[in-house]
Design a protein around this ligand. Structure first.
Ligand code: VG1
Ligand code: CO
Length: 543
C-alpha cells in the first residue's frame, strides 16, 4: 500500500448550502470532485491526523463508492479510526448518536436527504462536528475557502474494505470498524421512551403504517417498530433502502408520500401513519383521516413531551426555524420557557442544545428533534408521538382538536416553486427586499402589513450573526408570508413561500387550509408581483 498525492482542483461551486454540499451525482463522480471536497474538509478542520470519524450514508447511488474513497483519504491523511455503518448505511441521526457515543472528532454523512437519488439525480455530503451536529457556518465557510485554493489531495491505493463484514480491519495505519447501523440507535430510543406502554398500545390493536420511502429508515423502523415494539408485520412499508428510492423523491410530505396519504384517508385507515426522508432525519405525521402539519407536530410534541420518560422533568426551551409557524411559541409561552427563532437548517440549533437552552427543536420541513442527538430525527418524532398516544389514549384527530381549542390554530402551508431560472428568482427577491421598508401600513387583499424585514439571527450562545435568512411580511391579525430561496436544490432556484394565518382558540378550526390562507396568499402574490417575475402563481409542490 502506498500513499499518493494527486494534483487536482480547485473545482467551482463547492459551497456547502443549508445542509452540506449537494450536486448532481455525475458531478460528484467527476475525477477528483469528491476527493477535493473531502480534502478541503480535512484541511479546514486542521487536518485529519490522529482523528476519528463516523462515516455512513443513506444508501443512494454512489454511496458505497464514495465511502471507499473517503476511507482511503482519511487513512492517507493520518486518521486513527473510522467507524462505518454496515453496507455503508447510517441514518443522519444515527451518525449523530455514534459521534457522541464514541467521542469521535466528527463524521461524514453521504446524503442529499429528500432529493432523489440515482446516477442522473442528486448526491451530497456533509460534515458533522464533535457534538454530533452539522458543522456551523464558521466551519462550512472554512471548508468553502479551502475548496477555492486546493491543489492536491491525499489518498491510499489500498484495496476496498468489505463494508458488509462487521468487525475491524486496517487501511494503512487507520482502523476501520464496520458496525451494525441500527443497534446503538435503537438502544438509545429505548432509554427515551416508555417501550412497555407503546408495546401495550399495539397489543391492544392499535395499527400503524410507516412509509420508509425506500430510504435509510427501513431497517431502523423494522427493528424498532415491528421487532422491539410489536407492531404487526407489514406495518413498515417500502422498507428496503434502494439506490434510487424506488424512483421517487424520499421527501415525507403529502405529495411524495402519496400511497401513505391515500391509505390514511381511506375507510380502513390505520390509527397512525408516518413517513421519513432519505437520510432518516425528517418525519411526516398523519393520523387516521388527519394530516398534521410539521409546525403543529412540533407544538403538540412540545405540549405533551412530559408524558415521555426522557422529558418528564419538562423542557428547558423550544427552538424553531423562522419560517416554521408560531404554534410552538404559544406552547413555550404557556410552559413559561424560552422560545428561539433561528434561520433554516439544523446547524443553528446546535449551540442552543449544547448550552442547555433548548430541549426540543423543529422546522416546518418536517424536521423535529431534541437534545438526545444533535440532528433532527424522524423516528424519534414518531416514537414520541406513539408514547403520547399511548399515554393519552386518544386519536390523533382528537389530540389536534384539543390542542387548537387550547392554543388556537396556525393554518399553514409551504408553496415551492421549483427550477426557476436563477436570475428570475434573484430579481424577485431583490425587488421585494427593496420595498420592505415601505410596506408597513400598506393594505393588500384586505390585510394590513404590520411589519416587513429580512431575517437576521444573532446566536445568543456564541454571538455569531447570520444575515439574509429570508424575507418576512407580517400582517395584522396573525397572518404571515415568508419567502426564501432553497439552499439544497441542484437545478436552478427553488423559491419557498411559507404562508400562515393564526385563528385564536375560540375561532373556526375546521376550515380548509387553502381557504384559511387565501388572503395571505393573494396579498403575497400582489406584493411580490410573482406572476411578473417568474411567470406563474401556482407552485409545483404544496405541503
Ligand atoms: C431544506 C429545508 C430545511 C432543512 C434542509 C435540510 O432546506 O427547508 O428546513 O433543514 O432542507 O434538511 P432548503 O434550504 O432547501 O429550504 V435535510 O432533511 O435535506 O438534511
Ligand atoms: Co434529511
Amino acid at each position: 500500500m502506498t500513499l499518493q498525492i494527486v494534483e487536482k482542483g480547485p473545482f467551482e461551486g463547492q459551497k456547502p448550502g443549508t445542509s452540506g454540499l449537494r450536486k448532481k451525482t455525475r458531478i460528484f463522480m467527476e475525477p477528483g470532485y469528491l476527493e477535493c471536497f473531502v480534502q478541503s474538509t480535512f484541511n479546514a478542520i486542521g487536518g485529519a491526523a490522529g482523528k476519528s470519524f463516523v462515516i455512513g450514508g443513506d444508501g443512494r447511488f454512489f454511496n458505497a463508492a464514495a465511502i471507499q474513497t473517503i476511507l482511503k483519504m482519511a487513512a492517507a491523511n493520518g486518521a486513527a479510526r473510522a467507524v462505518v455503518g454496515q453496507g455503508g448505511i447510517l441514518s443522519t441521526p444515527a451518525v449523530s448518536h455514534l459521534i457522541r457515543k464514541r467521542g469521535t472528532d466528527g463524521g461524514l454523512v453521504l446524503s442529499a436527504s429528500h432529493n432523489p437519488g440515482g446516477i442522473d439525480e442528486d448526491f451530497g455530503i456533509k460534515y458533522n462536528i464533535a457534538n454530533g451536529g452539522p458543522a456551523p457556518e464558521t466551519v462550512t465557510a472554512g471548508i468553502h475557502a479551502e475548496t477555492q485554493k486546493i491543489a492536491a489531495y491525499r489518498i491510499s491505493d489500498a484495496a476496498d474494505v468489505d463494508l458488509n463484514q462487521l468487525g475491524s480491519s486496517r487501511i494503512e495505519e487507520m482502523t476501520v470498524e464496520v458496525v451494525d447501523p441500527v443497534a446503538d440507535y435503537a438502544d438509545l430510543m429505548e432509554t427515551l421512551f416508555d417501550f412497555n406502554k407503546i408495546r401495550a398500545l399495539f397489543q391492544g390493536g392499535f395499527t400503524l403504517c410507516f412509509d420508509a420511502m425506500h430510504a435509510v429508515t427501513g431497517p431502523y423502523a423494522t427493528e424498532i417498530l415491528q421487532r422491539r415494539l410489536g407492531a404487526a408485520d407489514g406495518s413498515v412499508i417500502n422498507a428496503i433502502p434502494s439506490e434510487d428510492f424506488g424512483g421517487g423523491h424520499p421527501d415525507p410530505n403529502p405529495v411524495w408520500a402519496k400511497t401513505l396519504m391515500q391509505r390514511m384517508m381511506s375507510d380502513d385507515a390505520p390509527d397512525f401513519g408516518a413517513a421519513s426522508d432519505g437520510d432518516g432525519d425528517r418525519n411526516m405525521i398523519v393520523g387516521r383521516h388527519t394530516y398534521v402539519t410539521p409546525s403543529d407536530s412540533l407544538a403538540v410534541l412540545a405540549a405533551n413531551a412530559h408524558l415521555a420518560p426522557a422529558y418528564a422533568q419538562g423542557l428547558a426551551g423550544i427552538a424553531r426555524s423562522m419560517p416554521t409557524s408560531t404554534a410552538a411559541d404559544r406552547v413555550a409561552d404557556k410552559l413559561g420557557v424560552a422560545c428561539y427563532e433561528t434561520p433554516t437548517g439544523w446547524k443553528f440549533f446546535g449551540n442552543l442544545l449544547d448550552a442547555g437552552r433548548a430541549t426540543l427543536c423543529g422546522e416546518e420541513s418536517a424536521g423535529t428533534g431534541s437534545a438526545h442527538v444533535r440532528e433532527k430525527d424522524g423516528l424519534w418524532a414518531v416514537l414520541l408521538w406513539l408514547n403520547i398516544l399511548a399515554e393519552r389514549g386518544q386519536s390523533v384527530a382528537d389530540i389536534m382538536r384539543d390542542h387548537w381549542a387550547c392554543y388556537g390554530r396556525n393554518y399553514y402551508s409551504r408553496h415551492d416553486f421549483e427550477a426557476i431560472p436563477t436570475d428570475q428568482a434573484n430579481a424577485l427577491m431583490q425587488a421585494l427586499e427593496a420595498q420592505l421598508d415601505r410596506l408597513a401600513g400598506t393594505q393588500w387583499s384586505g390585510l394590513t402589513v404590520a411589519q416587513a424585514d429580512s431575517f437576521s439571527y444573532l446566536d445568543p450562545v456564541d454571538g455569531s450573526e447570520s444575515h439574509n435568512q429570508g424575507l418576512r411580511i407580517v400582517f395584522e391579525g396573525g397572518g404571515r408570508a415568508v419567502l426564501r430561496l432553497s439552499g439544497t436544490g441542484t437545478e436552478g432556484a427553488t423559491l419557498r413561500v411559507y404562508l400562515e394565518q393564526y385563528v385564536d382558540a375560540s375561532g373556526d378550526h375546521t376550515l380548509a387550509t387553502d381557504a384559511a390562507l387565501e388572503n395571505v396568499s393573494s396579498a403575497m402574490r400582489d406584493i411580490t408581483a410573482l406572476q411578473e417575475y417568474i411567470g406563474r402563481t401556482e407552485p409545483d409542490v404544496k405541503t
